[in-house]
Design a protein around this ligand. Structure first.
Ligand code: USQ
Length: 502
């Protein structure tokens, strides 16, 4: 069977440098126009094989000797991937995975995540090494060499030098502050999040235009950009499908191809929406190419690479600022704290396990968009209602001999806590050949195994006082009141049933 990316051509390949007779990067025409009107005029030079001279961009990945088969499809030999935010939960995990697969990995980080967690007085419950030790262990254990620089994404001149040195063929952008509660602490935290995220991304776009316009930017967005429309309107993949229509006043228009509405749920999520528009515009103005990844809530601790050696582990946060819900529930089960459901627990969210998310990223990296193409994928493998999620964690905990209770606490956030949710996530399975491999229950029990280790259990208990929510969207500073505590298995499943269109 042919690889899912076999039919892509030089148009998609980051090694193809366009040498055509038109400056199509600024011409403002649609790509279809360019392709038909300028047929024969657009030529490329292959940066990998300059001896071929100038030719039409029509060689498929399947035909090109630079694209070689590997377990996920075809990969560009020694493809250079730069990860921005390489020290984080996802960045580090992806770096090891890509390195092990034979990609040439480079990355930047300014350790902002470590600082923000320290500001809370918390720590990653899975201990992680300093970067020098991480790099050393990656080399020693996995034979992976990572070209790391300590650079702040806002320091554009230093980042520019690094981009010029590496000339990445894909850039994965994780260098953002990822926490909704952190962005709601007060004015200076809200500004810090938006400054780092929005201005960091905007500056990056200008640098890509200048230094590596052929690269693909794989930008981490969030499912939270869409919100959860009370009408139950499906959450399409960022852009309305061709047959979507708007009806009003006895008239009808096609919405096909337009960005779908966004309804973010915190100042952090707003920063991601702003990024979406900036990336979308940059692709339009300068023919950059990007995948905007609307990722659901990540959970988990496992990939083969991070599990290889304790020095290679990735971080795991459970405090009220940086812990995400599944990771927090499992830690709460371990320390004997009733699982903290915010509000009714009828909120529904998209989720994906760490290991599955990493596979999706590899699949996106090796199948770049065309010049000028901005595309969106909804990266979720399941939709779960929070109350049901708590039951699932409780059940796994009980199997492991833990006595788990659930508590409903006053919701510190302003969010719909009873809403339908229908999510479309068709591109990853149908265009990129991705099938989720890690069921929720499996990852939860892997997490329980890791968190029951005495050192990690001790680290959880040490920070137990930072787990209850205190950061409220209304600005008052107070710990949420407990509304009720109950035994798992004693409540009806109420609210809406989620729908995932795959
Ligand atoms: N929640 C609880 N109990 C908890 C923690 C959270 O009921 O102890 C609830 C929240 O109220 C919310 C849901 O769980 O309804 C998810 O909260 P979360 O803190 O796990 O995730 P969120 O704030 O949405 O943000 C996280 C990541 C963010 C990413 C996002 C994906 O921190 O970087 O963008 O997940 S998504 O939620 O799909 O937007």
């Amino acid at each position: 069977m042919k690889a899912y990316n076999a039919e892509k051509t030089c148009w998609n390949c980051p090694a193809a440098v366009f040498k055509g007779n038109v400056d199509f990067r600024a011409c403002g025409q649609s790509m279809e126009d360019i392709k038909s009107v300028e047929e024969g005029l657009i030529v490329i030079e292959c940066s990998r094989r300059p001896e071929l001279g100038h030719f039409e961009p029509s060689i498929t990945f399947d035909e090109c000797p630079e694209w070689i088969p590997f377990q996920y499809g075809l990969m560009l030999k020694d493809m250079r991937v730069m990860i921005l935010g390489i020290d984080g939960y996802l960045g580090w995990t992806l770096a090891l995975k890509l390195g092990k697969l034979g990609f040439k990995v480079s990355g930047i980080d300014n350790f902002l995540r470590r600082d923000c967690v320290m500001e809370k007085g918390a720590h990653t419950i899975v201990p992680i090494e300093r970067m020098t030790e991480r790099l050393h262990a990656a080399r020693e254990v996995l034979g992976v060499n990572i070209n790391f620089r300590r650079i702040d994404i806002l320091d554009r001149s230093t980042l520019k030098e690094f981009l010029e040195e590496v000339k990445p063929e894909a850039i994965v952008h994780y260098a953002e502050i990822p926490s909704a509660p952190y962005s709601m602490v007060d004015c200076s935290h809200a500004i810090r999040v938006q400054e780092n995220n929005v201005l960091g991304t905007l500056g990056l776009l200008f640098l890509i235009k200048e230094v590596v316009p052929e690269t693909c930017l794989i930008k981490l967005g969030t499912m939270g950009e869409y919100g959860s429309p009370l009408t139950g309107r499906p959450l399409y993949e960022g852009i309305f499908p061709a047959d979507a229509v708007m009806k009003w006043d006895d008239r009808e228009w096609s919405l096909g191809g337009e960005l779908t509405p966004r309804d973010p749920v915190s100042f952090y999520h707003v920063s991601k929406v702003q990024d979406t528009f900036n990336v979308y515009e940059a692709c339009k103005y300068w023919w950059l190419r990007s995948y905007d990844v609307m990722q659901g809530v990540i959970y988990g601790v496992h990939t083969d690479e991070v599990a290889e050696d304790s020095r290679l582990r990735t971080r795991l946060d459970i405090d009220e600022w940086f812990g995400t819900v599944v990771n927090r529930f499992v830690a709460q089960a371990i320390m004997g704290m009733p699982l903290t459901i915010y509000g009714t627990g009828e909120q529904i969210r998209g989720f994906i396990a760490l290991e599955d998310a990493m596979e999706c990223m590899v699949r996106l990296i090796i199948s770049p968009p065309e010049p000028g193409q901005y595309d969106v994928v909804n990266q979720v493998s399941g939709l779960h209602k929070l109350s049901v999620l708590a039951e699932t964690v409780a059940e796994a905990g009980e199997k492991a001999g833990l006595d788990v209770k659930i508590q409903k606490v006053e919701n510190p956030r302003v969010e719909a806590d009873k809403h339908p949710l229908e999510v479309v996530s068709k591109k990853l399975p149908h265009t990129f050949g991705f099938e989720p491999k890690v069921p929720l229950e499996k990852e939860i029990s892997r997490m329980i195994d890791v968190m029951m280790q005495p050192e990690i259990k001790r680290r959880i208990e040490e920070k137990a006082h930072l787990v209850m929510p205190r950061t409220r969207w209304d600005g008052f500073k107070k710990e949420s009141d407990v509304l009720e505590v109950y035994e798992p298995g004693t409540r009806e499943d109420t609210g809406y049933t989620p729908v995932l269109d795959r």
